[in-house]
Design a protein around this ligand. Structure first.
Ligand SMILES: Nc1ncnc2c1ncn2[C@@H]1O[C@H](COP(=O)(O)OP(=O)(O)OP(=O)(O)O)[C@@H](O)[C@H]1O
Ligand SMILES: [Mg+2]
Length: 508
């Protein structure tokens, strides 16, 4: 890529230089047009375009910033902008830097009215960024209506086939890849529906996603961890596979296990590994199934949709509604019932069937590359319909800390791979249930200078205490059981003696 500048002629651009000058004249003309009545403007613009097309061997494709009759920015424009920024930022003479909300990196794009040249498979292509100002008599309500930007791509007509079939798809693919590279990943939470209407009403709000958890720092048996990573990779690269087997490109994960075993940490590691956004869906703030549908539709691809503590978020004990048999009146005719209208849905909470539709209803295929994760401390409380394979494709148990998990935590917190106390810790972890969160808390050094022996000693003490506690509980439990059995026996004795008495009485 190189800019069209004063030395263009020296490189022998020839006709290109002439047409660049013509383009500049056209631009000048468009500036003058602002002071000409709008009908005359339209006529002159059409005329100049026709003249240009009649005599020029060059073809121009323009890409507008906004989708016609819409407030949304055109994906083609954004891709072209990202492509040009990535490939020509160093050679353009005038650039525009901007800092987008939530991002900590400056984004640099070609400035207005700047021209750059791209070379693709031997063909030269000129890109120009145009800006048109509003007509004097138009009052606009939004900033983007005031200035309209577009990219114009100019090339010789003999390259038309190359541009259509190869160059534009190349720009789109490279531009999209650059957008993904530059984007700041986000953590979304759903807004209460009272905030959804009105100017700029949004159903989700977001902050920067900056969780440091990775699979390298996640305490888990290495082979299980590798299985999960393989599954995620298979999903991420499986667009064609999912299409070939006729499945929507989505995958469900159920993470279950006691508190502090790393379920939320695992979600962050997944998002960091895949470079996906996270939508943290607070189900208790969703009024009904209609709202749930809207929230889902407004999520984007390359994202993980999370419902934490699913057993606490929704009453899952209610079974899906069965078709009610119509009641018959006394004459035996079926009674007419009023069908439940939308008002009924407004009153309802999110239901199990709403959630099932959310996961795999027809409209859940409205956009691909989404992972859905449910977490729970009580898998047994969940309705089997909710977690059957196909909905929750993978069930991952996050369990108490094993020795392999401990080794990862020791590496994270103390930077050690082995120690003479490891043997004792291995034995204790085999006998006691302790969550990785508790192990991590004990390993955390108290001061900047890591006291490895001190931290491991603290963990051993905590494990021994937990072991004693568990033993004491087991003994107390056994005693209670014995007492209960004795009571039962006494009850049996007394009832049998009462029966005997009864018998005696009867006999008497
Ligand atoms: N497997 C693990 N590997 C590394 N760190 C862990 C692991 N499990 C827990 N931790 C540590 O413990 C803290 C709490 O873990 P986390 O929030 O992931 O638990 P959870 O299973 O989601 O618990 P809850 O069921 O209460 O939501 C984390 O911040 C992390 O530092
Ligand atoms: Mg959690």
């Amino acid at each position: 890529m190189e800019t069209i500048g004063g030395d263009a002629g020296a490189h022998g651009y020839g006709w290109a230089g002439v047409w660049s000058a013509v383009a500049s004249l056209i631009f000048l003309w468009s500036m003058i047009q602002q002071y000409v009545p709008s009908q005359l403007q339209d006529y002159l613009t059409t005329l100049s375009h026709r003249l240009h097309a009649a005599v020029s061997p060059y073809v121009t494709i323009s890409i507008d910033e906004y989708v016609p009759d819409s407030f949304s920015r055109s994906e083609a424009y954004l891709a072209a902008e990202a492509y040009l920024s990535a490939t020509c930022a160093s050679s353009a003479r005038r650039l525009r830097a901007d800092l987008f909300a939530g991002s900590d990196r400056m984004s640099v794009a070609v400035d207005d009215h700047e021209e750059v040249v791209d070379v693709f498979r031997g063909a030269k292509l000129w890109w120009r960024k145009n800006k048109t100002l509003p007509r004097g008599n138009v009052i606009s309500w939004s900033a983007h209506e005031e200035e309209r930007r577009s990219y114009c791509l100019t090339f010789h007509r003999r390259h038309r086939g190359l541009v259509d079939t190869l160059y534009l798809p190349h720009v789109l693919a490279e531009g999209r890849a650059a957008i993904v590279r530059n984007r700041q990943r986000r953590l979304f939470t759903n807004n209460p529906s009272s905030d959804w209407s009105g100017w700029n009403g949004r159903v989700w709000s977001h902050v920067k996603l900056e969780h440091p958890s990775t699979f390298a720092t996640l305490g888990m048996h290495p082979s299980r961890k590798q299985d999960i990573i393989d599954g995620l990779e298979m999903f991420r690269d499986g667009k064609d596979y999912y299409a070939s087997v006729g499945k929507a490109w989505k995958r469900g994960y159920l993470l279950f296990g006691p508190p502090g075993t790393g379920k939320s940490t695992m979600i962050a590691a997944m998002a960091n590994y895949l470079d996906y956004d996270v939508y943290d869906l607070e189900l208790t703030a969703v009024k009904n199934n209609t709202e749930l549908r809207r929230l889902f539709i407004e999520t984007t691809g390359k994202s993980i949709i999370v419902v934490e503590d699913i057993d606490c978020s929704i009453d899952l004990t209610g079974k899906r509604k069965k078709k009610k048999k119509k009641k018959k009146d006394k004459s035996g005719k079926k009674k007419k019932t009023i069908p439940p209208g939308p008002a009924k849905d407004e009153e309802n909470k999110v239901t199990l069937s709403g959630l099932l539709n959310f996961i795999d209803g027809l409209w859940s295929a409205c956009g691909g590359e989404r992972i859905i994760v449910f977490t729970t401390n009580h898998k047994e409380k969940l309705d089997p319909a909710l977690i059957r394979r196909g909905r929750m494709d993978s069930h991952i148990e996050m369990s108490y800390c094993c020795f392999e998990s401990f080794k990862v935590l020791a590496k994270n917190y103390l930077h050690i791979a082995d120690h003479e106390l490891f043997h004792e810790i291995r034995q204790l972890l085999g006998e006691v249930d302790m969550s990785p969160a508790d192990v991590a808390e004990n390993l955390m050094p108290k001061s900047k200078n890591k006291d490895v022996d001190g931290s491991l000693g603290k963990l051993i003490k905590a494990l021994k205490e937990a072991k004693e506690e568990a033993l004491a509980k087991a003994v107390a439990g056994a005693e209670n059981e014995e007492e209960a059995e004795d009571d039962d026996e006494e009850d049996d004795d007394s009832s049998s003696s009462e029966e005997e008495k009864d018998g005696k009485n009867k006999k008497d």
